[in-house]
Structures are given as structure tokens and as C-alpha cells.
Design a protein around this ligand. Structure first.
Ligand SMILES: [Zn+2]
Length: 172
């Protein structure tokens, strides 16, 4: 059950947000998003954005990275960061996912309510869904990849085949 509920944002709205950010960063024509380098760029552009790389033992075994939604601070496991630097799709997406939390929860000021009653929420209200959706849209431009197969998307955008297949399915 999600701990927080956010204002609903559709895939379309999150795609617009991802495109806007690509534009602002001069990446609108790029298939391959340099997500690792972007961490430093975002820290320069956005005052409240910060991140750190920590030893793997600092985070629980099942957690690859996390974002403090109140401070905008992203913590990334060393092993995840290193694999992302090597171009590993899954780890690149992990970083994009955390950046998604920053942009959907911190930066955009989407209203965040504590889910006191621990009720089941629709995907659009779930911050995890929003971060996942944003990350996919940001890493795989629906415009630039509209004619590509999942295999091509995985190769040219540097994402896992799973993520590429998902984006191909949701591009319209
Ligand atoms: Zn998350």
C-alpha cells in the first residue's frame, strides 16, 4: 500500500513533463539520455536538487536508490551508480525513476497527502506509478521511437528489453 497519495497525473501529463525537461536540458533530439551526467546538471540547474552515492550497505538489500520527497535528496547505491555508468539499462532506469520522484513530488509540488487509511489507490494517484511512468517517458521518447521495435529501443535508448517493450506498448 503506498504511504502517500499524489494528485492524479495521467501518462499524457507525465509525457509532457518529460518532454519539457528534455527540452530544457537540450536533449529533445537525443535517443540516449546521459542519465548519470544529468545528476550533476540537475544539481546545478535546480537549487533544491541534490544526490549522493552511498556504500551498498547503507540501504536495505531490496532498495536500489531512494528519494527524500521533502528535501529532494536522492541517495543511490554505489553498485547501481557504477552499473549505470557502464550503460546498464536497469540501473539507468533506477536513476531516472528517482529523478521522476523529484520532478513529480518535489519540484512540481504535486500535492502529497499521507495515506493514513492505507487505502488502495488508483495508479494515477500512486507516486510509484508516477515515477515509473515519468522515467519510462523520459528515457524513451515516444516521438523519436515511434517506428522502433523494442529491441531497437533497448539498444538506442539504453534501457532494458522489458522497459523497451513496455514503452512500445504504451506509446500511443
Ligand atoms: Zn520509487
Amino acid at each position: 500500500m503506498p504511504e502517500y497519495i499524489v494528485e492524479p497525473k495521467s501518462r499524457k501529463a507525465l509525457r509532457q513533463l518529460a518532454d519539457m525537461l528534455r527540452n530544457k536540458l537540450g536533449l529533445s533530439g537525443e535517443l540516449w539520455i546521459p542519465i548519470v551526467e544529468l545528476l550533476d546538471v540537475l544539481a546545478e540547474v535546480f537549487e533544491d536538487f541534490s544526490y549522493e552515492i552511498v556504500p551498498d550497505s547503507d540501504l536495505s538489500p531490496g532498495i536500489h536508490a531512494e528519494t527524500d520527497v521533502h528535501t529532494g535528496h536522492i541517495t543511490i547505491k554505489e553498485s547501481v551508480y557504477e552499473r549505470a555508468c557502464d550503460g546498464e539499462g536497469r540501473d539507468r532506469m533506477t536513476i531516472a525513476h528517482e529523478i521522476g520522484h523529484y520532478f513529480t513530488l518535489c519540484f512540481c509540488g504535486f500535492k502529497l497527502h499521507r495515506n493514513f487509511r492505507r487505502q488502495k489507490v488508483k495508479p494515477f494517484y500512486d507516486p510509484e506509478w508516477q515515477a515509473k511512468c515519468f522515467a519510462g517517458e523520459f528515457m524513451v521518447s515516444s516521438q523519436l521511437t515511434s517506428c522502433m521495435s523494442p529491441e531497437e529501443i533497448a539498444k538506442f535508448c539504453g534501457v532494458s528489453l522489458d522497459a523497451a517493450t513496455y514503452q512500445a506498448k504504451h506509446r500511443n
